[in-house]
Write a protein that binds this ligand. Structure first.
Ligand code: FES
Ligand SMILES: [Fe+2]
Length: 379
């Protein structure tokens, strides 16, 4: 029923009544789910190896030959822009003896040379150079190309599907993505900068950070509380994906509250979770993209923040502006959310047989964990 009412009117009503969207019931989430190594292995297998994962944003590699690498659980991946339109992903494993052919990221490469014995691959992943070629003359070069992986560019979001099962799940999710992201094509944004941090928290606990606005006035009383309204938010789900929209404080002073789409964007913050591990925080002029990956152990994860702006940062003042936005985002999370989260993770081991309680006013958290459990059951 609520989905039939325009989101502008829904949010307007929440603000007027100082209310928030509710789940039907409270939800108890066992602490064990954050600390059980067996469960961690299963999540990695089901949610990351056998399901589509958003691994990056196309506009981070805007020019031919731009590339980045990542480890998706234990799979090393190289993502390369082959030309204006096409991006490819390869196993970042040399076909000679298995060294990684690229580390970190870079710009405008013409080819990739393996550091071990200098085999060279072009942007298409084809082997084009092999020192002392005659020593390998019974194996054709074209039998030694990099292994290509399936990558899909949906509105600038790069989704990797490592197998058929995962491909099918991706296709089933497209309708949800279209509906949820119809106003957000990240191909039209400019990459500004990114930062990777390693934390001692389960990947789900790190993601939980972004799934409710109930804690704004309490934990972020000096940083975000003057900007965003606490515990007032729309909640909608699109399959397993989640959209939370909260009003900015500026909305309280706006006379023509949410009359137009522009007004709505100016006075809100939208938090979109691309299930399972990518969170977009959408501001009027820029988007924060948070990628959260499980670490080696169940209490470790790797979090990367990347900022994408609507306008390219060409001037000093533009750079200062985006630096301020980037620093606010990373500092709040790194200095306020994650230290508290790391303490929560430690506390899990002290009393592992209890539950966390997700209130009716935390529907995003409830949906996220229900969908994870559903996915694990389906395998
Ligand atoms: S392992 Fe790459 S060239 Fe030998
Ligand atoms: Fe927070």
């Amino acid at each position: 029923m609520k989905n039939k009412i325009d989101i502008k009117s829904r949010l307007h009503n929440l603000i007027i009544n100082r209310e928030t969207d509710y789940a039907n019931n409270i939800y108890k989430n066992p602490v064990k789910e954050y600390i059980d190594p067996k469960r961690d292995c299963k999540e990695k297998d089901v949610l990351f190896k056998n399901a589509p994962v958003c691994i990056g944003i196309a506009s981070e590699i805007p020019n031919k030959g731009d590339w980045f690498t990542l480890e998706l659980i234990d799979t090393p991946i190289l993502v390369v822009r082959k030309n204006i339109k096409e991006i490819s992903a390869y196993l970042n494993i040399c076909t000679h003896r298995g060294a990684k052919i690229a580390l970190n990221k870079g710009k405008k490469a013409h080819s990739f040379k393996c550091p071990y014995h200098s085999w060279i691959y072009n942007l298409e992943g084809k082997l084009i150079g092999r020192p002392r070629d005659n020593a390998f003359n019974t194996i054709e070069k074209n039998e030694c190309n990099l292994k290509e992986l399936n990558i899909h560019n949906h509105n600038g979001f790069l989704w990797l599907t490592l197998n058929k099962k995962s491909n099918k799940k991706y296709n089933n999710n497209i309708k949800n993505l279209n509906l949820m992201l119809k106003n957000y094509n990240l191909n039209n944004y400019y990459f500004y900068k990114s930062k990777k941090i390693n934390i001692n928290m389960n990947w789900k606990l790190a993601t939980d950070t972004f799934l409710e606005l109930y804690h704004i006035n309490s934990l972020h009383d000096e940083t975000l509380s003057p900007i965003i309204m606490s515990d007032t938010a729309l909640f909608d789900s699109f399959g397993s994906n989640i959209r939370i929209i909260g009003p900015r404080i500026s909305a309280l002073n706006s006379k023509k509250l949410f009359k137009t789409d522009k007004e709505f964007k100016t006075h809100t913050i939208q938090i979109i979770t691309l299930f399972p591990n990518t969170v977009l925080v959408i501001h009027p002029e820029h988007v924060e993209v948070w990628h959260i990956l499980p670490g080696n152990k169940e209490n470790e994860s790797e979090v990367t923040l990347s900022l994408f702006s609507k306008e390219e940062a060409k001037t000093k003042s533009a750079k200062k502006h985006w630096d301020n936005n980037f620093n606010l985002a990373i500092n709040v999370v790194q200095e306020e959310d994650f230290p508290l989260g790391e303490d929560i993770q430690k506390g899990f081991y002290a009393d592992p047989n209890r539950d966390l309680i997700f209130g009716k006013n935390e529907p995003g958290l409830q949906h996220f964990h229900k969908k994870i459990n559903q996915a694990l059951k389906q395998g």
